[in-house]
Design a protein. Sequence first.
Length: 245
Amino acid sequence: TSYGFRQVDEGEKQGMVNDVFHGVARRYDIMNDVMSLGMHRAWKDAMVSALNPGKSSAYRVLDVAGGTGDIAFRIIEESRRLAHATILDINGSMLEVGRQRAQKRRLEDNLTFVEANAEDLPFDDDSFDAYTIAFGIRNVPRIDLALREAARVLRRGGRFLCLEFSDVDLPLLEKIYDAWSFKAIPQFGRAITGDSEPYRYLVESIRKFPNQQDFAAMIEAADLSRVKWTNYTGGVAALHSAWKL
Ligand code: SAM
């Protein structure tokens, strides 16, 4: 397969994304540490602190593109194991790894796993106190649909939080980051999984994703309010937050 830099249609894009994550599910957690030099852990911790989840068994959060559970597990712990999280992902292999990790941590009672598409959520309107998505939205072919679905399933007063790779605003860091992404990441990918092409695709998807300001405008266009963002590590990642009012 070629995951080159040509234009692809939406169905094709989702197909590539699915291949990538089916292929890496078992090694996904270690790849995350390698590719982000462990920084994804601090970014995820910061996201969950910003959410400040309700410490009650009535608190319901939906973690979309939840993969192997990193965000949902943190939210449950932060809620003193009271909140309930639904981990939704389009990819059964990622969810399966998440289920096994949840069992090891004895978090199953606080979790529900759902295999579905972020563009078409199988939930009623106004169902959740919070919607989170970390390093997921850039993989979704129709981001506007996913954002509208987020707004729909949130209750009024509910919180939207999105962590994603973003635009680096420090020139020196940008140079290092470019070398890292275009050279090192595909090589690590090949060393660990035997194939560098999916990693080239992932790096490219990061570069194609809208910058902080443009993404904020997309969130507003989906009828979410008071959009703000915070850069992490000079903009390598950014956390966007908003409310359903
Ligand atoms: N949130 C996790 C984390 O931060 O570690 C996983 C992020 S992983 C980079 C991206 C996830 O998005 C994958 O598990 C993939 O299956 C999922 N994904 C891709 N397209 C999706 C879609 N249309 N709907 C739901 N999940 C999707």
